[in-house]
Design a protein around this ligand. Structure first.
Ligand code: ADP
Ligand code: MG
Length: 238
């Protein structure tokens, strides 16, 4: 569970085409990184996969089913944003529980999932706090916890570490790698950090101006970059 097939995805905003025919296959449990310069369409592509934006044409398939007609909540997906997007008036516990409650899950099951996720993310002692009482790293862990409680087959991360300082970035990256091992879910992760890409990815998708420049393992891209653009990204620390 958690495989993804994108076929010729195009997306325009007004006259501007920002995704120009993206094809991609992601297997169950793979960790796939999208990299590319600011404005190349990474977030838009994640939002199309999640169903937060409709593609102008092309199809999104999850677990063998084309999901164009399905709203985000029915796609078995959870998305983690750069800005955390927590509810300030809710405690950590209730931030994590809200989506499950809204989906009509029984209270004891919600409680059980929140407890498991908070333990997994070392949030047990913060459950009754509000987001304003947490550090940036703790807030991002809550945002990840809110995704984990939903038990998605597919996680989408949009530059989840870019608001954290350097030390926290390393810790949180290792935590996400551990989650991937423990949960076995498919993860798609946007970053423009070369180290994150090289250390986390099974497969890297290099995007540029709405097209895929190359797809391959970190070593494939490193040893055999398709062009100067890919070589420039993978070859030089930035
Ligand atoms: P990235 O995440 O790679 O930085 P985005 O996917 O956010 O890039 O944006 C790609 C392009 O699409 C940018 O030029 C951006 O301005 C444009 N864009 C994104 N969302 C919208 C929108 N809702 N309306 C109009 N243009 C948008
Ligand atoms: Mg973006």
């Amino acid at each position: 569970m958690g495989s993804l097939v994108l076929k010729n995805i195009r997306k325009s905003f007004g006259q501007v085409e920002v995704l120009k025919g993206i094809d991609l296959e992601v297997s169950d449990g793979e960790f796939v990184i999208f990299v590319g310069p600011s404005g190349c369409g990474k977030s838009t592509l994640l939002r199309v996969i999640a169903g937060l934006e409709d593609a102008t044409s092309g199809s999104v398939g999850i677990d063998g089913e084309v999901v164009g007609h399905l709203p985000p909540s029915k796609r078995g997906i959870a998305m983690v944003f750069q800005t955390y997007a927590l509810y300030p008036h809710l405690t950590v516990r209730n931030n994590m529980a809200l989506g499950l409650k809204q989906a009509g899950q029984p209270a004891d099951q919600v409680e059980q999932r929140v407890t498991a996720a908070s333990t997994m993310l070392s949030l047990d002692e913060y459950l009754e706090r509000y987001p304003a009482e947490l550090s940036g790293g703790q807030r991002q862990r809550v945002a990840i916890g809110r995704a984990v409680v939903r038990d998605p087959q597919l996680f989408l991360f949009d530059e989840p570490l870019s608001n954290l300082d350097a030390a926290l970035r390393v810790n949180t990256r290792l935590e996400i790698a551990r989650l991937h091992r423990e949960l076995g879910a498919t993860m798609i992760y946007v970053t423009h950090d070369q180290v994150e890409a090289m250390t986390l990815a099974d497969k890297i998708v290099v995007l540029n101006s709405g097209v895929v420049e190359q797809i391959g393992s970190p070593m494939e891209l490193y040893n055999n970059p398709a062009n100067m653009f890919v070589a420039g990204f993978i070859g030089s620390p930035q």
